[in-house]
Design a protein. Structure first.
Length: 288
C-alpha cells in the first residue's frame, strides 16, 4: 500500500470499484509549500450559496456559521484545514505543518501569528508513524471566536459502527475532481476499524469519505440524540485511492484519544502553558 495525506477538503462519494486499494495522502494533489507562512482563513466568513452542488453522494452543504473555530488555507500547490481547540491552540495535521512552521490566522481585520509543533511520533515512512498525524500550533495571543471545539479523550466512544461527522470542502466526482469550490460540506460515516496497538488510525467506510484537500480538519462525534453537542475525535489524515485512480470508500483519521495522542496533547499544553478544550481544565467558550 502507498500512503498519501488528505488536505483540506471534504468528501465525496465512493464507488465500489475493482482493483487492489492503496492509500494516498490527502496531500497528494500537490505538496504544500512548507517554505512559506501558512495562512488560515475562517470558514465562518464563507457564504452558503443556494445553488451550490451538494456532492455526488452522501455529504451536504454545511452552514459556515456553525463552524466558528474551523479554518482553511490555500497554499501554492496544496491546502489544509485547522481547528481552534483553545484560545491559543490550533490543531491540524502534521503533514500540513512541520516543526516550527509559522501560521497566521486571519480573522476579520486582525491577524494572529503562531508556531507549530509536530508529534514526535509522526513519520510518513511507516504505517504507525503516518497514523500519528498531529500538529499543534501555539498562537502568540488569544484568537477570539464564539466557541472553541472540544477534544474527546474518551477512547471508548470510538467503536466499529460508531457514526462520525466528517468535515471538509469536498470533491464531487469519483476521480477526486469537482467541488473544491469554497463550499464547506459535512457528512456522516461509520467507523469500520478502530485504533490498535501503536497505530492511531480510525478508519471510516461509506459513501461519505475524505478527498484531496481535507487534511488537518476534524471528525466529530455527537454527544446527544439531538446532535446539538459535539466533540472532535480525530484529525483528517489520508484517503484511499484504487489502482485505477478512483477514490475508494475508506478514510483514515488520526485519533485524538489514543495513549500516544493524549501524551502529545497534554505534553504540548503543559510545555506551552496553553489550555486545550477537553484536555485541560474547563475553559470559557469551549463547546460543550
Amino acid at each position: 500500500m502507498l500512503n498519501v495525506h488528505a488536505s483540506l477538503v471534504l468528501v465525496v462519494t465512493v464507488i465500489a470499484l475493482g482493483g487492489n486499494p492503496h492509500l494516498v495522502s490527502a496531500q497528494q494533489v500537490a505538496p504544500v509549500d512548507r517554505s512559506e507562512t501558512i495562512s488560515f482563513y475562517p470558514i465562518s466568513e464563507l457564504t452558503k450559496p443556494a445553488g451550490a452542488q451538494p456532492t455526488l453522494r452522501g455529504a451536504r452543504l454545511a452552514n459556515p456559521k456553525d463552524w466558528p473555530a474551523s479554518f482553511y488555507s490555500v497554499h501554492p500547490g496544496g491546502s489544509c484545514t485547522s481547528t481552534l481547540v483553545g484560545p491559543r491552540a490550533l490543531l491540524t495535521a502534521a503533514h500540513c505543518a512541520p516543526n516550527k512552521a509559522t501560521v497566521v490566522v486571519k480573522l476579520g481585520a486582525k491577524v494572529y501569528k503562531g508556531t507549530c509543533t509536530q508529534s514526535d511520533l509522526y513519520s510518513p515512512s511507516s504505517a504507525d508513524g503516518r497514523s500519528a498525524d498531529w500538529a499543534m500550533c501555539l498562537m502568540e495571543s488569544d484568537v477570539p471566536v464564539s466557541k472553541y471545539e472540544a477534544i474527546s479523550l474518551d477512547a471508548t466512544r470510538i467503536k466499529v459502527g460508531t457514526e462520525l461527522l466528517l468535515t471538509g470542502f469536498g470533491c464531487t466526482d469519483r476521480n477526486g475532481t469537482g467541488g473544491n469550490d469554497g463550499n464547506y460540506r459535512i457528512g456522516e460515516a461509520k467507523v469500520s476499524t478502530s485504533p490498535s496497538g501503536n497505530n492511531n488510525d480510525i478508519m471510516t467506510s461509506g459513501e461519505v469519505a475524505l478527498c484531496y484537500g481535507d487534511s488537518g480538519g476534524g471528525a466529530f462525534i455527537f454527544l446527544d440524540s439531538g446532535k446539538k453537542r459535539r466533540a472532535q475525535v480525530s484529525v483528517n489524515s489520508r484517503i484511499q485511492v484504487l489502482d485505477n485512480g478512483q477514490l475508494g470508500n475508506n478514510s483514515y483519521l488520526s485519533s485524538l484519544s489514543t495513549v500516544a495522542a493524549q501524551a502529545f496533547l497534554k505534553g504540548w499544553s503543559s510545555a506551552n502553558g496553553a489550555n486545550v478544550c477537553g484536555v485541560t481544565a474547563s475553559l470559557e467558550h469551549c463547546r460543550e
